[in-house]
Design a binder for this molecule. Structure first.
Ligand code: AMP
Length: 341
């Protein structure tokens, strides 16, 4: 039987607990400095201690994982700490589609896939000279919202860009992606697509608590005046959310369009967990500014299942457990290659 492995961070606890609930062996590639934390949990069968996560590419790690028939579950830490090339060179089976992770990391490819999925994407602004409305400047890659800023004019943009350059966070304009800022209610829509059944499951919604933009909203405007501020959007935590039921049909349609566009653009398509991230505006229209092509940390709030997974599954089903269930089903019918890359 297959086993489940992941890197020790992000949503590792959820993923490995879910795997154990499905009766699978669990392995954690764990930085030595985090051994103390992860040793606390009995559902982790084996720790593979490393100095850095990159060692998952090394022979020693690969051999252990191969011996255990491990499937590696990619998450945000893998994307943040390894290059796309490194991820694509992983030898053991990666759950879902490792090729689509390149599309997640590259803003241009990301936009292309979202537009192909007929999602409403906020307009990107090709050059800072064109800034004439509230605009968000975002760094490329998995910067986690740190060093992003809001601006309304070229002059203000240049001032803030220079602060980031001075701080060593960016080298210049090409490190920033400019996009129209959409005002509304942020929502992060979590899905699971099974290539074994051809079914899309809407799993849950979360809200992200981002520092320090969230705190800034509590400061009255007069006190904010003159705060020459780089407002970070660094995720600190997540909390649950449910949507008006009348919004759900469109949620499913967005997910299905995303699955079908990714089948066309990046084979074998968007298999497994993914998340479409955006804002509901005043008309209830959803604007997607981002997607994650793998499990998101926002699923950690639903370790016992979510209000939506409960509608589909008879047992409490976390996203981690859903992944393990898929691996079990595929392994039993010798179809692991259908759900991994
Ligand atoms: P991202 O790196 O694209 O996930 O953006 C990080 C955070 O910035 C999001 O979670 C939102 O809070 C905010 N954000 C990004 N793009 C937009 C946008 N176009 N309109 C409003 N908020 C945005």
């Amino acid at each position: 039987m297959a086993s489940v492995a992941t890197l020790g961070s992000h949503c590792a606890l959820q993923v490995l607990k879910g795997a154990k609930d499905e009766g699978l062996k669990t392995l954690l590639v764990c930085e030595k400095k985090r051994e103390r934390l992860y040793k606390r949990f009995d559902f982790i069968d084996e720790l593979i201690l490393v100095d850095a996560f990159e060692e998952v590419l090394d022979k020693k790690c690969t051999t252990i994982l191969e011996k255990n028939n491990s499937v590696l579950i990619p998450h945000g830490t893998l994307i943040a700490q390894m290059t796309t090339k490194q991820i694509e060179s992983i030898k053991i089976p990666v759950f879902g589609n490792k090729w689509i992770l390149r599309w997640e990391s590259d803003r241009k490819l990301k936009e292309q896939l979202m537009i192909e999925s007929k999602l409403n994407v906020p307009k990107s602004i090709p050059h800072h000279k064109k800034i004439n409305r509230l605009t968000i400047a975002k760094r490329h890659g998995a910067a986690g919202g740190k060093g992003y800023f809001l601006t309304t004019s070229e002059k203000d943009y240049i001032k803030k860009r220079n602060i980031l350059v001075k701080q060593g966070l960016i080298k210049g304009d090409s490190d920033l992606y400019l996009q129209e800022y959409v005002i509304g209610v942020l929502a992060y829509l979590q899905f699971f697509y099974s290539p074994l059944t051809g079914n899309l499951e809407f799993f849950g919604v979360d809200k992200r608590h981002e520092s320090d933009i969230e705190g800034l909203a509590r400061i009255p405007a007069p006190q904010q005046m003159g705060m020459d501020y780089i407002s970070s959007f660094n995720v600190i935590g997540n909390s649950p959310m449910v949507l008006r039921e009348s919004l759900l049909d469109e949620v499913y349609q967005m997910g299905e369009r995303f699955v079908s566009a990714s089948k066309r653009l990046v084979k074998p398509g968007m298999n497994g967990p993914f998340c479409i991230e955006g804002v509901y505006d005043q008309d209830g229209k959803f604007w997607s500014f981002e997607f994650s092509a793998r499990i998101v940390a926002g699923t950690n709030i639903y370790m016992d299942g979510s209000p939506y997974s409960t509608l589909i599954h008879d047992v409490p089903m976390s996203m981690g457990r859903r992944i393990a269930k898929e691996i079990k089903t595929a392994a039993k019918s010798k179809k692991l290659e259908k759900i991994t890359t």
